[in-house]
Design a protein around this ligand. Structure first.
Ligand code: NAD
Ligand code: DAU
Length: 333
């Protein structure tokens, strides 16, 4: 099977590519990535010598880039590419609309034109908005709060419409918060771990009482692997673990693991439009035979250790050195 993974140089895309190459030696995997600030070729260093792996620099919102890559032949596209950080979307939404809406449209048009057999849209629980009690299922309406969530919802609506109108083989996934190795240190968990490793304070928004549901990288990769094998055109799957934590619980866990106390916390102004709680009903995915394998505590310990052992990776990003590196490496491509 030949798969194009868009956004494969980012956090979860790169984790999926490494998982796929390790567990499916008969798959050919193409990483199609624009290399924005979040795309880091170093995430895939170990894959570069693998004959089943290929990198193509390209923009999902440019039809010529997409058609050139798909024109080489492909069975499946998994769309991880997106602008992903809520705070950035509040400051500057335009790139979000371009990549998450127009980019998804461009990919769907190419799937139609080249008759690609399977398209999987990697999306988020944030499209459903916030829920005080209970759980969102796959029929819950979209009520996005941030420009990020709204742009992902736009892309997901297009996916559902392209299935209904053109019968395209599209599957949409809505996942809870990812965490694990290689996550860009702007998101809560890697930001807090790396700040603390540098003896810097950690900014908790508001009172820190918002709730997120967490999934470790490997468990998300296993969910996508299952959906690739068993998903049918038009399917929608929530992906969650039931591992719900208040932000302040996450914060205190990291502090305790690093032997630090709460004086490192700085309570700062809340995020505008901040969703209080996300929580997913995942019965549909579980009925395929998937369930998470890692406890939150075990996943967090592995994650904290990874950031301790890979200081060079995140220090390059935090110092801006990495941006210079990739400009040099990829300036002519
Ligand atoms: P990320 O921000 O770490 O990486 C995104 C990748 O997409 C980068 O490599 C970037 O270079 C690439 N990209 C951005 N714009 C592009 C474009 N126009 N063309 C081609 N490539 C482009 O992302 P992530 O956190 O790993 O998230 C991956 C996907 O999963 C996204 O679609 C996101 O919405 C979704 N998601 C993320 C989470 C989470 O907790 N991070 C949870 C649920 C769903
Ligand atoms: O729910 C899935 C979503 O999870 C994905 O679709 C997004 O791409 C991903 O970024 C993530 O969104 P969140 O907004 O939940 O993640 P973030 O790490 O930015 O924040 C997690 C929680 O922590 C949120 O309630 C805001 C809070 N927070 C975040 C940061 C960066 C803080 O209190 N302080 C911070 O500095």
């Amino acid at each position: 099977m030949k798969i194009i993974v868009t956004g494969g140089a980012g956090f979860m895309g790169s984790n999926f590519i490494k998982y796929a190459l390790k567990n499916h030696p008969d798959w050919q995997v193409v990483n199609f990535d624009k290399l924005t600030y979040a795309g880091n070729p170093e995430n895939l260093k170990e894959a570069e010598s693998n004959p089943n792996y290929k990198f193509i620099k390209g923009d999902i919102a440019k039809a010529t880039d997409v058609e050139q890559a798909i024109g080489e032949g492909v069975d499946t596209i998994i769309n991880y590419a997106a602008e992903t950080h809520v705070d950035r979307s509040i400051l500057d939404p335009e790139a979000f609309i371009r990549t998450d809406v127009l980019g998804t449209y461009t990919l769907l048009e190419a799937v139609k034109k080249f008759k690609v057999a399977q398209y999987i849209q990697i999306s988020t629980d944030e499209v459903y908005g916030s829920i005080e009690e209970g759980y969102f299922d796959e029929e819950s309406p979209f009520e996005p709060s941030s420009p990020y969530a709204a742009s992902k919802a736009g892309g997901d609506h297009l996916c559902r419409a392209y299935f209904k109108t053109y019968n395209l083989p599209v599957v949409v996934t809505h996942s809870c918060n990812f965490y694990g190795p290689n996550q860009y240190p702007e998101k809560l968990i890697p930001l807090f771990i790396t700040n603390l490793l540098e003896n810097k304070k950690i900014p908790v928004y508001g009172r820190g009482d918002q709730v997120r549901e967490w999934i470790y990288t490997k468990d998300h990769c296993r969910a996508i692997e299952m959906i690739l094998a068993k998903g049918k055109p038009g399917d929608v799957f929530n992906i969650g673990t039931g591992q719900e934590k208040q932000n302040i619980e996450v914060t205190k866990f990291i502090l305790a693991e690093l032997g630090l106390d709460e004086s490192m916390i700085e309570y700062v102004a809340d995020r505008p439009g901040h969703d209080a709680r996300y929580a997913l009903n995942c019965d549909r995915l579980k009925s395929l035979g998937w369930s998470p394998t890692l406890s939150w505590e075990e996943g967090m310990r592995r994650t904290i250790n990874w950031y301790k052992e890979n200081r060079e990776w995140w220090q390059k990003i935090k110092s801006g050195e990495y941006l210079e590196y990739y400009k040099k490496q990829y300036k002519n491509k």
